[in-house]
Design a binder for this molecule. Structure first.
Ligand SMILES: [Zn+2]
Length: 215
């Protein structure tokens, strides 16, 4: 994405460090020892840096292939073509990213969909065609509050409440690689949630300030 953002990056991170006390800024390029579950793919050498992408990548039609593990829903939609969002597909994607607990749908930021699409389209170039798993998209204030009460990592003023954040996973792709790639798009915040379970952890991506953290 536009490299002019690079200029601001450092300043934004410093600002973010002040604003988001409690979240610590970590260097995601340094994997912690013993955190890589066996069986996960090694990243192709340039997987971390999307800045090498040419304009052709960004102007081609965009198809998103997403799955909601919580409900078992799966959809693959061409949602953007010739510079325009395709309304019906967009509505369906908003539905896929709805609050499945609070049973509410809200508009999802097109910029967030762009990050999700770009992530998927990028790894597809390396033969990884598995759908993108949406663990959480939009959240109602009630659902978000309940998560906090249950001890699930969630911020009180989460961008999930504004349809500007998603928690995602791509099977067989380590969080370090997925988060590193999303970070390289320089589109907003990236949270790395490492978990030792069989499916691994997840990555939080949002369209807010450029910042990274481990949760
Ligand atoms: Zn999140």
């Amino acid at each position: 994405m536009p490299s002019r953002r690079n200029v601001l990056k450092k300043g934004l991170w410093l600002t973010a460090a002040g604003l988001f006390t409690g979240m610590h800024i970590a260097n995601a390029a340094e994997p912690e020892a013993g955190k890589t579950p066996p069986g996960h793919l090694e990243p192709p050498p340039d997987l971390f840096d999307s800045q090498s992408l040419d304009i052709e990548f960004w102007v081609k039609p965009r198809t998103l292939d997403v799955i909601r593990p919580a409900t078992g829903e799966h959809t693959k939609l061409l949602y953007w073509k010739d510079g325009d969002i395709q309304e019906s597909a967009y509505q369906q994607l908003c539905h896929m990213l709805r609050d499945v607990n609070g049973k509410q749908t809200a508009p999802i930021a097109p910029k967030l969909l762009e990050t999700l699409w770009a992530t998927q389209a990028y790894v597809e170039r390396f033969g990884m065609t598995q759908p993108l798993q949406i663990l959480s998209g939009y959240r109602t204030p009630e659902s978000n509050r309940r998560l906090i009460e249950e001890g699930v990592p969630a911020a009180r003023k989460s961008l999930h409440l504004e349809g500007r954040a998603a928690d995602i996973r791509i099977s067989k792709l380590h969080e370090e690689v997925l988060g590193g790639l999303i970070r390289s798009f320089r589109q907003g915040g990236v949270g790395f949630y490492y978990r030792p379970s069989a499916q691994g952890g997840w990555i939080h991506t949002d369209t807010g300030l450029q910042r990274i953290w481990k949760g």
